[in-house]
Design a protein around this ligand. Structure first.
Ligand SMILES: Cc1cc2nc3c(=O)[nH]c(=O)nc-3n(C[C@H](O)[C@H](O)[C@H](O)COP(=O)(O)OP(=O)(O)OC[C@H]3O[C@@H](n4cnc5c(N)ncnc54)[C@H](O)[C@@H]3O)c2cc1C
Length: 64
């Protein structure tokens, strides 16, 4: 999946699909040929946290 810096999945026009996020192995374009040890778990946890915070902020705004 192609995502933006908030972890939102992008459509073919690079527009975020509302409420749809990806992190970890689902995200493409992070590695080229090789990667350093620990990158897999780090990428998933960092983007997962960012995505979760973004989704929670949107949910809070919707209910406010
Ligand atoms: C042998 C091996 C060694 C590795 N060593 C390291 C290392 O030392 N350091 C490091 O940083 N990374 C390492 N990695 C990479 C790291 O494990 C992955 O990058 C990381 O686990 C990816 O996390 P994820 O949550 O994206 O996916 P996953 O950990 O694959 O989690 C996906 C989950 O979704 C579940 N699932 C799938 N389909 C469905 C469905 N339809 N409904 C519900 N659940 C579903 C699966 O059962 C699974 O539990 C290693 C990978 C392998 C294979």
């Amino acid at each position: 999946m192609k995502v933006n810096t908030q972890g939102q999945i992008l459509d073919s026009q690079d527009q975020p699909l509302p409420g749809l996020y990806a992190a970890g192995e689902m995200v493409g374009g992070l590695y080229y040929v090789k990667y350093a040890g620990g990158v897999g778990l780090t990428a998933g946890s960092v983007l997962g946290r960012i995505s979760g915070a973004h989704a929670a902020a949107l949910a809070n705004r919707a209910t406010a």
